[in-house]
Design a protein around this ligand. Sequence first.
Ligand code: PHE
Length: 336
Amino acid sequence: MLEKIDDLLVEVQNFQSSTKDETEQFRLKFNGKKGIMNDFYDALKQIPNEQKKDFGQKINILRNAVNEKLEELKSSTESKIILEKEDLTRPGFPLELGSRHPINLVKNRIIEIFKSIGFAVADGPEIEDDWHNFTALNLPEYHPARDMQDTFFIEQNPDVLLRTHTSSVQIRYMEENEPPMRILAPGRVFRNEAVSSRSHCIFHQIEGLYIDENVSFADLKQTIQFFTTELFGKSKIRMRPSYFPFTEPSAEVDVYWGLNSETDYRITKGTGWLEIMGCGMVDPAVLKNVNIDPDKFSGYAFGMGIERIVMLLYQMSDIRMFFENDKRMLEQFKSL
Ligand code: PHE
């Protein structure tokens, strides 16, 4: 009897199965109701007491071997089943290419144009203090021009706010650097305005600043003319006198775009002219605020809004689209 068990042990250990059926046959042979193991358990009851210990141990070894083998077969047939079910020749899921946001496309293009004439890119925080957003820009407390910019305040006394324009970066840059300087500062700005198809409480500006000896309004005009020709391929611009506390004299620049579509009518308010920026010669009081000698240096600054330019270039009629992240809109810019 004991030898028979040894033989079975070898048989179990060598057993191989390639199908579920074969494995099931093996299981029934040993562990089935009428299987070998049950026969041995029955036999154990009949056996003389002094042999029970040896016999019992042998049966245990065999039982463990059988169960181990079954486990092993089970996991190998399971992985085989997975292989049979999965179609390994099926192509994978395509990885979708992202696209650039139209605002960034135009922003990058504008940066490129100004880089080609020597402007560097500067950066500043979106959360600002009163000094950089207002006071240093010649907008002291109670200055009526503060009302032009509906400010989102985060804290008051001392004021912490969301910058209302990128002009704050002018101040930060001039505080940290010596002239000559020629920078561009793109970024988001925030104003507490009613949201409509034409205006939003978040939008993007690009600030420009050029400080050196003998910078004149003619330099400003030429630079803007160069820029609009590069960006629009059209060069008809006009400058209207305007007012900003931090520039003197100040102007607003319009580019003639034309009226060929409904969107053109909407964005240009039916005039065909697009107002692209405010600009002017940096006020000597601002230079003093950042310790630059206004008798030695002069300069110009401009600030343009990106959204309206993008809307005309891509014929988009609602500014809110820029902030909704609708894939159907974004996907149209894939190849750009
Ligand atoms: N900061 C002004 C605005 O937001 C634009 C501007 C910038 C005007 C620089 C003049 C010089 O309206």
